[in-house]
Design a protein around this ligand. Structure first.
Ligand SMILES: [Zn+2]
Ligand SMILES: [Zn+2]
Length: 207
């Protein structure tokens, strides 16, 4: 695929003004609508939500070094109680976009949609596509197991009720059975305690 970058695309940036003199710096701020699937299954940036980008473009010998931060609202759900949750995302990234080798045009052409598979990203006609970099940075900064709060007790294993709403939640029938079992277990242990030491005392291996 040889998809040309579109300079009007929200995540495509133009480095022409930066120039190619090493050391040249340019700061760019941009608000963009989040692309699709910016996140993981349980949490992410909703498509269309505003992503605030702060970029620092630095011209270096081999290309343009892009350092930046993305801020965006996150929406997801608690993995324990399944309640919706909201967070603020702040993801930092740094990526090198190399100048395409002038006498290796085929390589440049290959970097269109396949760029994510390669370690090296290239500038295309002074443009670069931030999307793969943003996507990686966002995913890496997301909590893998988001919870509504650190001590979220989750859901009752018996009825699925949210334990946070009802901390004293319990099921009578289950409690009675447990009590009976526990009582039984305790009496067995007590019995062992009463008998075992005497029996073991007779064992010649014990001193
Ligand atoms: Zn929760
Ligand atoms: Zn329950």
């Amino acid at each position: 695929m040889n998809a040309r970058l579109d300079h009007r695309a929200p995540l495509v940036f133009d480095t022409r003004e930066l120039g190619r003199r090493p050391g040249a710096l340019k700061r760019v701020s941009r608000s963009v609508a989040a692309p699709k699937d910016l996140g993981i299954e349980v949490i992410g940036v909703r498509e269309g939500a505003t992503v605030e980008l702060e970029l620092r473009l630095e011209s270096v010998m081999e290309g343009v070094l892009v350092t930046g931060t993305a801020r965006a609202p996150l929406t997801g759900e608690c993995v324990r109680c399944l309640e919706p949750l909201e967070r603020e995302l702040e993801a930092d990234f740094q990526e090198m976009y190399s100048y395409p080798d002038a006498d290796d045009r085929s390589r440049e052409a290959d970097t269109g949609d396949d760029a994510e598979e390669e370690d090296t990203l290239f500038l295309e006609a002074d443009l670069f596509d931030l999307e793969p970099v943003l996507r990686d940075a966002v995913v890496l900064s997301l909590p893998l197991q988001p919870v509504c709060r650190e001590d979220c007790p989750g859901l009752c294993a018996d009825c699925g009720a949210r334990l946070a709403d009802d901390p004293d939640h319990h099921h009578e029938a289950v409690d009675i059975r447990w009590a009976a079992l526990q009582g039984l277990a305790e009496s067995i242990q007590d019995g062992e305690k009463d008998n075992a030491p005497r029996q073991r005392g007779d064992d010649p291996q014990e001193k």
